[in-house]
Design a binder for this molecule. Structure first.
Ligand SMILES: Nc1nc2c(ncn2[C@@H]2O[C@H](COP(=O)(O)OP(=O)(O)O)[C@@H](O)[C@H]2O)c(=O)[nH]1
Ligand SMILES: [Mg+2]
Length: 454
């Protein structure tokens, strides 16, 4: 990979934790001579230079120019190849003070480190064979995960689940490729008769690929989260339900119509799915311009939500507007109708409407289950293999397309050369997923999406 636009062995430094005040911060270094360079600013250089990998050393970082102490730290030493990047590396645990962090990084840069580019640590880990590309992508997915389930799904990928499945598919195709190559090397007359290669392995590989592609839709929901909006007439209990979902009093509840004039939002987790829940202003005729604007914004939110929870006031029953929306949307994939205030409602609940009380909480778990099944159609335990990288999905689609051509060629007895070409394209696409086949552009593209320090 000499073509990369920076040296992949140079000593680099970056803050690995958030740039904010905290008890501790971690500054990460990696690259050639990083242990020696670090020792020049450490109070006990000999201990560092002579240390084994996986050791921790207590001391001070100081400014070699002035001799001034900069911070009291511990330094973890890793030796090539046993480190995250596969290179020599030192991680510094310092106090989480912004001026302190800044001073340490400056001192380290004066000592010979340079600022790391986004994703450069993980790119080095990939280049040094510590992980494949699907695992490198999972590093970001873990850091960004918004719920426990999303976290375990990403952890699954980080431990190589995508890599293993891809290799399983690849093995089938490579074996098949050898069959084809034998046929190409030994023309028909020598082997005797027509080629009669079964398309079965190709069909199996195609099936595995389709299964993985299907996981993307749900994988993406767990990674990005989805928008869910509470809608309905004023006083139906939207804000009360919003608070119930949050298990706190965030939205103002009152029996005065039009209390919620704008929308408010919060992240919650429903059955492991990260949900961005919106409480909206009740949709009604309003005279006040502020309320009008709130209603307009709320309408936008509702229109763009992945799922609308439409709340009906169970004490008064359905209004004409409720009936109208119910008629239009009752079979929609994006609507769930909820009959609220069942603690105090004696009216008959229409079929297909879920029942809840925002006051007692009765019915909430059924609503959560309904939201989850509406959004994903399945229950996720967190141990499933699910992809959530668009890059991986597009490559799987390309691999699948090529396999379709392979199958068609075999069925229609088209030349084996054509079969071999399509097969190769499919293998290339699969190789790009794990990074076996990669170019500088692909790598730069993936790793530039990381933040600095990863
Ligand atoms: N009895 C009963 N009253 C409720 C329930 N949910 C909301 N309310 C009352 O209905 C009124 C309107 O509630 P609010 O959440 O502000 O409705 P919104 O206008 O749809 O946001 C308030 O007086 C709430 O206390 C419920 O489940 N049972
Ligand atoms: Mg409200």
């Amino acid at each position: 990979m000499e073509d990369l636009n920076y040296d992949t062995d140079e000593p680099i430094v970056a803050l690995a934790t958030a740039w904010s005040e905290s008890a501790l911060a971690v500054i990460r270094t990696s690259g050639k001579d990083s242990i020696k360079l670090f020792s020049t600013v450490f109070s006990n250089p000999v201990a560092i230079i002579d240390s084994k990998g996986f050791t921790i050393h207590y001391g001070y970082i100081y400014d070699p120019g002035t001799g001034n102490k900069i911070d009291e730290v511990t330094a973890a030493v890793y030796r090539n190849p046993k480190s995250y990047t596969g290179q020599d590396s030192v991680e510094v645990f310092c106090h989480g003070s912004l001026p302190g962090i800044e001073a340490i990084i400056t001192i380290l840069k004066d000592a010979g480190f340079r600022d790391a580019a986004p994703g450069e640590f993980t790119m080095r880990a990939f280049l040094n064979g510590k992980m494949d590309l699907s695992q490198a992508e999972a590093v970001v997915e873990i850091v960004q995960s918004k719920s426990r389930q999303a976290h375990s799904l990403a952890l699954n990928r980080l431990s190589g689940a995508v890599y293993e499945r891809i290799n399983f598919i690849k093995k089938k195709l490579v074996d098949f490729m050898s069959l084809i190559e034998v046929q190409l090397d030994y023309p028909d007359d020598e082997i005797g008769g027509e080629t009669d290669i079964s398309a079965e392995p190709v069909i199996e590989a195609e099936r595995e690929i389709s299964k993985l592609i299907e996981t993307y839709r749900v994988g993406k929901i767990f990674h990005d989260g989805v928008t869910v909006a509470l809608a309905g007439g004023t006083n139906a209990g939207k804000s009360s339900l919003f608070n119930l979902f949050l298990r706190e009093d965030r939205s103002i509840v009152s029996d005065i119509n039009g209390t919620t004039r704008d929308y408010i939002e919060s992240w919650i987790t429903v059955d492991g799915i990260p949900v961005r829940l919106f409480d909206t202003a009740g949709l009604r005729e309003a005279d006040h311009p502020v309320e009008k604007e709130g209603i307009r914004r709320s309408e936008d939110i509702i229109k763009n939500a992945a799922l609308v929870l439409y709340i009906i006031d169970g004490i008064t029953g359905m209004t004409d507007e409720d009936k109208d929306i119910f008629r239009k949307q009752k079979d929609s994939d994006n609507y769930l109708f909820i009959w609220n205030k069942i603690d105090n409602s004696s009216l008959l609940i229409p079929e297909g409407v879920l029942a809840v009380s925002a006051v007692t909480g009765e019915g909430l778990s059924l609503i959560e289950a309904a939201i989850s099944s509406k959004l994903t159609g399945i229950h996720i335990s967190g141990t499933e293999l699910m992809i959530d990288s668009l890059r991986q999905k597009d490559l799987l689609l390309r691999a699948g397309e090529s396999l379709k051509s392979v199958k068609d060629s075999l069925i229609n007895n088209i030349s084996l050369d054509a079969v071999a070409m399509d097969l190769k394209d499919s293998l290339d696409a699969i190789g790009e997923i794990t990074g076996e086949v990669s170019s500088v552009d692909i790598l730069n593209n993936i790793f530039s999406g990381f933040c600095v320090g990863k």
